[in-house]
Design a protein around this ligand. Structure first.
Ligand SMILES: O=P(O)(O)O[C@H]1O[C@H](CO)[C@@H](O)[C@H]1O
Ligand SMILES: Nc1nc2[nH]cnc2c(=O)[nH]1
Length: 313
């Protein structure tokens, strides 16, 4: 009886639609593959550098790219298939050169889901980096401090993340798995490399940055609205210290491809947990101003860490 009723659901129309779904998946996966190849070829046509390190600059943190020696600046608009940056504080350049002697490719500006790109396209540059030889990735972001002990201008070494945008189904690895990059079911047990985190904290201490260095958990939302107080209370209660609209999807794709990852959250504003608060609400201008004010310290920290890693990369 149960089998009968199941069979009765299998109408020719349904069979056709499941074939169409498979066909659609195949096409989407082919588009992804073609786009990544196109972008990678377009970058390789413009440079002879073989980068070992990749960097992604967060909102207002693009100054890190200016630390790169012998820079070759390629605007995203000149890379075939590369989407434009539409967010203020994200210049939209790929900068290739040497950071502390290490051949590096730096994204001076990132792509965000809220700009209208699907999750796989937001993270496409990570796969391009992998294809051109990058094995270690440093990600930075501007974020709200959910942890009320945090102050604006604090820099948090990311020890873990909550990929909430992924948990709601907008996961960059959804769709047919590309085995060339990594497995169907990648583990995310240690997304942020333990040794690199230790090195970051130790280097921060040596530089005299202990008063504003933290270590904690970053939570990714889709944005673009900032969170309500109740959403913020919820996110804090599940263990998040900072919240933003990027990073976790990039890190998932990097880890899927076997890259080592180090991440920093710049706390640009303290998140309001109180309902009907008279506190000044967050703005993107505040985010950029705070990021700019602390950017030099983060640049020095990253440069020093990379210098220490140089012989191993
Ligand atoms: O994560 P990054 O790109 O640093 O930027 C953060 O700042 C912007 C909001 O002010 C959002 O894009 C948020 O994600
Ligand atoms: N979601 C979110 N993203 C941010 N980016 C910088 N600050 C914030 C914030 O408070 N919330």
């Amino acid at each position: 009886m149960a089998a009968m009723s199941l069979l009765s659901f299998e109408t020719p129309e349904r069979r056709r639609s499941s074939v169409n779904l498979a066909e659609m998946h195949r096409k989407v996966s082919q588009i992804e593959h073609d786009e990544i190849q196109k972008v990678t070829s377009s970058v390789l046509e413009k440079t002879n550098l073989c980068p070992k390190l990749g960097i992604i600059c967060g909102s207002g943190l693009g100054g890190l790219a200016n630390e790169i020696k012998d820079p070759q600046v390629i605007p995203y608009a000149e890379i075939e298939g590369f989407p434009k940056c539409t967010v203020q504080g994200h210049a939209g350049n790929l900068v290739l050169g040497y950071l502390s002697g290490v051949p590096t490719v730096c994204m001076q500006g990132r792509l965000h889901f809220y700009e209208g790109h699907p999750a796989w396209l937001v993270t496409m540059p990570i796969r391009m980096m992998k294809l051109i030889g990058v094995e270690t990735l440093i990600v930075t972001n501007a974020a709200g401090g959910l942890n009320q002990d945090y102050k604006s201008g604090d820099v948090m070494v990311i020890k873990d993340h909550i990929n909430m945008v992924g948990m709601t189904g907008h996961h960059p690895l959804v769709g047919p798995n590309d085995d060339k990059f990594g497995p169907r079911f990648p583990a995310m047990t240690v997304p942020y490399d333990r040794e690199l985190r230790h090195l970051a904290l130790q280097t921060a201490e040596e530089l005299g940055f202990s008063s504003f260095i933290r270590e904690g958990v970053y939570l990714s939302l889709s944005g673009p609205s900032y969170e309500t107080p109740s959403e913020s209370i919820f996110m804090r209660s599940i263990g998040a210290d900072t919240v933003g609209m990027s990073t976790a999807p990039e890190v998932v794709v990097a880890r899927h491809a076997g890259m080592r990852v180090l991440g920093f959250s710049m706390v640009t504003n303290v998140v309001i947990l109180e309902l009907d608060s008279d506190a000044i609400p967050p703005t993107h201008q505040e985010v950029m101003d705070t990021a700019n004010a602390r950017a030099k310290d983060l640049q020095l920290l990253v440069k020093t860490i990379v210098g220490k890693l140089a012989s191993t990369l």
